[in-house]
Design a protein around this ligand. Structure first.
Ligand SMILES: [Fe+2]
Length: 264
């Protein structure tokens, strides 16, 4: 199983720029690149902040750009999204019985679990008891190791302004995964607009840059000064799964540096 992970596309209504680049054009460039260079990828996952302000026109443009992707696409909302408008424009998106955009997919040797941490009106993540109960059910029912996809990280990452808006109350999430930590072989998230990897309480995690704008690596900046933005190269990830391995390569899809063959 091979799939593509990209995140934080932040599409706008209309055709404007956001922080100096055009989000729609950036996503088109990512899609063109991955369709050309990773034609055998079996799915595309986008971990939230699909749009910047949740307007209908932005979702319409997202649907238009993604229409050229000839593989299944799995979406989850981020804090910038509007859950109901997302559902309207992607009516086949699956929801749990409470209307949250939460679902599972068979990813070869793993069960992929997609989680909804959106809460209308706030930038931080929320994972309530209802969402937690659904996650617990999936973990209990799974016969395979799992990977989680969610927009907000459930731990701090050291950039204080972003830690302010991560998953705020983690109690329901922690209760849901309690005892299943060793089954969670990889957590993929978005939100941070930076490449970060490591493990948290034994669970490996991964995130990467968005397709439009990035967050600078300023670990000591005061959270009150706001989120440090930067125009670094956008990315997507190529993820290869096998029974004993989760392998993640990062592609800077706009990089046009010289290519050559190294000699012995
Ligand atoms: Fe974002």
């Amino acid at each position: 199983m091979k799939f593509i992970h990209l995140t934080d596309t932040h599409l706008l209504a209309g055709d404007g720029e956001l922080y100096g680049s055009n989000p729609k054009k950036r996503l088109q460039q990512a899609v063109t690149h991955l369709m050309l260079h990773q034609p055998d990828a079996e799915a595309l996952v986008i971990t939230g902040d699909l749009t910047h302000q949740g307007q209908a026109d932005a979702y319409g443009q997202l649907r238009e750009v993604l229409s050229s992707v000839t593989k299944p696409i799995y979406l989850i909302p981020g804090n910038h999204d509007h859950r109901e408008t997302l559902k309207e424009y992607f009516p086949s998106i699956e929801c749990d019985k409470n209307g949250f955009i939460q679902y599972t997919k068979d990813f070869g040797d793993y069960l992929a679990i997609f989680l909804d941490t959106n809460e209308p009106g706030v930038p931080w993540g929320v994972f309530c008891d209802m969402r937690g109960a659904w996650l617990r059910e999936q973990l209990e029912a799974s016969t395979k190791p799992v990977m989680l996809f969610m927009h907000h990280p459930f731990f701090t990452i050291g950039i204080h302004s972003m830690d302010n808006i991560s998953l705020r109350d983690t109690a329901a999430f922690r209760t849901a995964i309690a005892g299943f930590e060793s089954c969670i072989r990889q957590v993929f998230f978005g939100h941070i607009h930076r490449p970060i990897t490591g493990s948290y309480q034994g669970m490996p995690f991964f995130t990467l840059r968005g397709t439009n704008h990035q967050v600078a690596l300023e670990l000591h900046a005061d959270a009150e000064e706001g989120i440090p933005g930067r125009q670094e190269a956008p990315q997507y990830a190529v993820v290869q799964l096998s029974a004993g391995q989760v392998l993640i390569h990062i592609e800077d899809f706009l990089d046009d540096s010289v290519r050559f063959r190294l000699k012995g």
